[in-house]
Design a protein around this ligand. Structure first.
Ligand SMILES: CC(C)(COP(=O)(O)OP(=O)(O)OC[C@H]1O[C@@H](n2cnc3c(N)ncnc32)[C@H](O)[C@@H]1OP(=O)(O)O)[C@@H](O)C(=O)NCCC(=O)NCCS
Length: 332
């Protein structure tokens, strides 16, 4: 039986730190409100003159390759999770392939928002299990800042999201590895957290409005209460599903790395699962919610801090726009 193992992790976040104080100076919000509701103290926003989704992903990849003692040439396929590609099309996978100089290898984009990295990991895992590839680069990378409504109208999303990139290198192995992945969606809630434009199923004049700057449909829209309520239920369900599928118990989890949606959501899951602070990794305080990038950035930092050790049981879980939700159990 062929398994896949994460052999290298890397991440990159833009230099520009956006504090709660700064946001409070441009929109009607404040540090205490943001910390109480989300746990976020600061996040990173890109510098549009130098950062792109693909080049942040390339920096994360180089860190992952170095840690895995591999080179670009070892990568056979790219799975790139992002809902904020540099272009509407083509996707960021091909831009990363170009940036890394990996002529001709396949590159696939995954658009599953906050669950995107786990979906991407699952796809890579299947390719390795079937023997099609031996080394796959899995990316989660996002630039949310340029789509945020940075006015008081958009304050419920402006304070939450941030930019960044994370990378994982998956390799074939005789031993597990990724034990299982579990993927779900419920499109009935698609409009509870979404960016409407530039949607294709729109009249010509709406897809290409003259007054594009006044058009709020290009900005992130979120029904925070709905998202919160569904998130806490789905997170719990999908973690239980993963444990049951492997006949494991919550006590067996050494480290849970939840998608960094909101510290209150992470704390709720931690409490329900009765996990200690040592068993849950959070970095939303420093980066906000970086959508598909949040799990690989958190995993990369957790690994660098020595929080993930050989043979540990690591659980990844995510919930986000779609709605989509997913989990993965990994024997490190
Ligand atoms: C967004 C979220 C923090 C809002 O918290 P909430 O307790 O649900 O707050 P509400 O939206 O009910 O708003 C409460 C009040 O705060 C105000 N408010 C919203 N954003 C604010 C901000 N940034 N600063 C100050 N006040 C704000 C609202 O206008 C509202 O005021 P009102 O009572 O006078 O009408 C919360 O719903 C949440 O975390 N949801 C999940 C979001 C998430 O995880 N998204 C990512 C999923 S991947």
């Amino acid at each position: 039986m062929q398994y896949s193992k994460i052999v290298g992790l890397g991440h990159h976040v833009p230099e520009r730190i956006i504090t709660n104080e700064y946001l409070s100076s441009i929109i009607d919000t404040n540090d205490a409100w943001i910390i109480e509701r989300t746990g976020i103290k600061e996040r990173r926003f890109i510098d549009p003159t130098k950062d792109t989704v693909a080049n942040m992903a390339a920096k994360a990849t180089r860190m992952a390759l170095e840690r895995a003692k591999l080179t670009e040439k070892d990568i056979e396929f790219i799975v790139f999770a992002t809902i904020t590609p540099d272009y509407f099309f083509p996707g960021s996978g091909v831009l990363l392939q170009r940036e890394l100089g990996l002529e001709g290898i396949g590159a696939l984009d995954v658009r599953n928002a906050c669950s995107g990295f786990i979906y991407a990991l699952s796809i890579a895992d299947q390719f390795i299990k079937t023997g099609m590839y031996k080394t796959i680069l899995v990316i989660g990378a996002e630039i949310q800042s340029t789509a945020l409504d940075l006015t008081t109208r958009g304050r419920n999303t402006a304070v939450i999201f941030g930019d960044g990139a994370g990378a994982a290198i998956l390799q074939a192995s005789d031993k597990p590895g990724i034990l299982s992945t579990h993927l779900h969606s419920d499109g009935r809630f698609a409009e509870e957290l979404y960016v409407k434009d530039p949607g294709s199923s729109r009249p010509h004049e709406e897809r290409q409005p003259e007054q594009i700057l006044d058009t709020s449909t290009f900005k992130v829209v979120m029904n925070g209460n709905q998202v919160f309520k569904h998130a806490v239920v789905r997170f719990m369900e999908v973690i239980k599903e993963a444990l049951d599928a492997n006949e494991l118990k919550k006590e067996d989890i050494n480290l849970l790395v939840p998608h960094q949606a909101n510290l209150r959501i992470s704390q709720y899951i931690q409490e329900k699962l009765n996990l200690s602070d040592k068993q849950v990794y959070n970095n939303i305080m420093r980066y906000g919610n970086t959508t598909a990038a949040s799990i690989p950035i958190a995993l990369s930092e957790a690994w660098a801090e020595g929080r993930v050790k050989e043979n540990d049981l690591v659980c990844l879980a995510a919930f986000g726009s779609g709605f989509t939700w997913a989990s993965a159990l990994i024997r490190w």
